[in-house]
Design a protein around this ligand. Structure first.
Ligand code: ADP
Length: 500
């Protein structure tokens, strides 16, 4: 058991020391198999909790509960306004438990609790607050049809209706926030949910389960099943009574989700990987660009699908920029996420640590040079030093593939012309991009040509519950957040009445 448990609030110490059950039909229950799995503290590699291990039978129980809640439970009879009030209450309760949720996120995922307090938890609350407003604003249209036989003799309108039972599968990089991004819009539209949380980080979503019940979300409306991807996740994606699957994770697994969902032609939305270009023109505010680009790659230890991981810098400022980022990276304080002065914690797991270390080896073998970092930190915990790689070529693995760790590859360019755009777009991904310049026309010209779902100009990682987020190309299908996400969870019905 991790020594860090003793540093948590008294309530949490009791809460995570035990075996955590899963939430099905408003009850906290064991897995049908009775199995549990271990959850580790990435700062020490030691066990912090055991969690019920959901698999196909548990998913089936959860789907049946969600179906009942959708078809005949109080959820379908509730007014939009009543649903909105409940969602707002969830947001309030998340904020009331800010410190506890931030600690839990830190000990489970490794991220600094200070960061979770400033970002993950308030953003999760904001998602529920924002989505609570949409409950009462999901409207259809009246459409003046021109039926050939008898124009004017018909009255037609559309009715957006909830898609039904939704299966949601989320990753470990922002465990609470990803749960909020998924749950809030599904609930706002009137769907019911089975949420499969990541095996690496199930704890904050289970704590959110308590909060959902405390807020008064009825039994069966949200079911939370921790478990592994190949068992619980695959069973959820393939379940015949699930109407839609919403997935966030790797592009590789996204393709498996599509295959599993294809059998019943389930609706699918996907938020997948990225290898996002971040472009600095010579006329930019260079100090701001250095600070912003450092955060673009190293925020959350580079474990962001939208991380600014490919840096393109105009030749004449290249050395200044990369040396500036390397100097800033060298000052980042690594340590246990529960320490107040920690700026970067460990990577989430031994698997991730090995993956990122493999990329560092591959970069070195293929001729890239590390301006800083380039290796793991000695000792316990899954720490990797923030790394800036130069002398790279476009065909290198470290330039092409998503590393999902604190590793930046930097490349110089001569002019901000179509060759630069082609290079920036030379990726199977298209999730996000950054542009740094004082030239407004250049900024928007480049922003329009980049094949990416989000473009940040003179900033990076700016998220808001009201802004759509999602990917072009193999970065995904559909959008999260904003009004745009509602369509992920709605069917449109056209009703036509003869009025003679
Ligand atoms: P990462 O590489 O970030 O761990 P994954 O795509 O492997 O991303 O995992 C994201 C989520 O998908 C996790 O909840 C994981 O359990 C789940 N998952 C992994 N494999 C499958 C699968 N074959 N079917 C359904 N879900 C899966």
């Amino acid at each position: 058991v991790s020594e860090n448990i003793s540093r948590l609030t008294a309530h949490l110490q009791g809460w995570i020391g035990r075996t955590r059950p899963m939430l099905i039909d408003g009850q906290w229950v064991e897995a049908a198999s009775g199995k549990t799995f271990q959850v580790r503290d990435p700062a020490t590699g030691k066990i912090i909790a055991n969690v019920a291990e959901g698999a196909a039978e548990d998913i089936d129980r959860a789907v049946r509960a969600a179906r009942k809640a959708f078809e005949s439970g109080p959820w379908s009879r509730m007014t939009p306004s009543e649903r909105g009030k409940l969602l707002h209450r969830v947001g309030d309760l998340i904020l009331e438990n800010l410190h506890e949720l931030a600690q839990l996120e830190s000990i489970d995922n490794g991220k600094p609790a200070s960061v979770a307090r400033a970002a993950d938890v308030p953003l999760a609350a904001d998602m529920f607050h924002y989505m609570s407003g949409w409950c009462t604003k999901i409207e259809g249209k009246t459409i003046p049809i021109s039926a050939l036989a008898a124009p004017g003799n018909y009255f037609s309108y559309t009715r957006p209706e909830p898609i039904g039972v939704v299966g949601q599968i989320i990753p470990w990089n922002f465990p609470l926030l990803m749960a909020a991004w998924k749950l809030a819009p599904a609930l706002a539209t009137g769907c019911t949910v089975v949420l499969k949380v990541a095996e690496e980080t199930p704890l904050s979503a289970l704590r959110l389960g308590d909060i959902l019940m405390e807020a008064g979300i009825p039994a069966g409306v949200v079911n939370i099943v921790p478990g592994f991807g190949e068992t619980a996740g695959a069973a959820l994606a393939a379940h015949p009574d699930v109407n839609k699957v919403a997935f966030t994770g790797s592009t590789e697994v996204g393709k498996l989700i599509v295959q599993a969902a294809a059998r019943d032609l389930k609706r699918v939305s996907l938020e997948l990987g990225g290898k996002s270009p971040n472009i600095i023109l010579a006329d930019a505010d260079i100090d701001a660009a250095i600070a912003g680009s450092t955060a673009a790659i190293f925020f959350n230890h580079g474990q962001c699908c939208n991380a600014g991981s490919r840096l393109y810098v105009q030749e004449k400022v290249f050395d200044r920029v990369v040396e500036g980022i390397a100097a800033a990276a060298g000052k980042i304080k690594l340590g246990c996420g529960l320490d107040d002065d920690t700026e970067m914690g460990p990577l989430v797991s031994d698997v991730q640590f090995d993956r990122v270390s493999g990329f560092l080896r591959s970069g070195k073998e293929q001729g890239a040079r590390a301006l800083c970092g380039g290796e793991a930190l000695e000792g316990a915990g899954y720490y990797v030093k923030p790394t800036v790689l130069v002398d790279t070529r476009p065909d290198m693995k470290v330039v092409q593939e998503e590393i999902f760790g604190p590793v930046l590859v930097a490349m110089p360019f001569k002019e901000a012309d179509d060759r630069l755009i082609a290079e920036a777009n030379n990726s199977i991904y298209g999730l996000a991009a950054g542009v740094w310049t004082r030239d407004v026309a250049a900024a928007h010209g480049i922003a329009h040509k980049l094949r990416a779902g989000s473009v940040w100009v003179n900033c990076y990682h700016v998220f808001d519950a009201s802004l759509p987020f999602g990917g072009y190309k193999q970065s995904g299908w559909g959008r999260e957040m904003g009004q745009a996400v509602l369509s992920n969870y709605l069917e449109t019905k056209a009703v036509t009445t003869a009025i003679g």
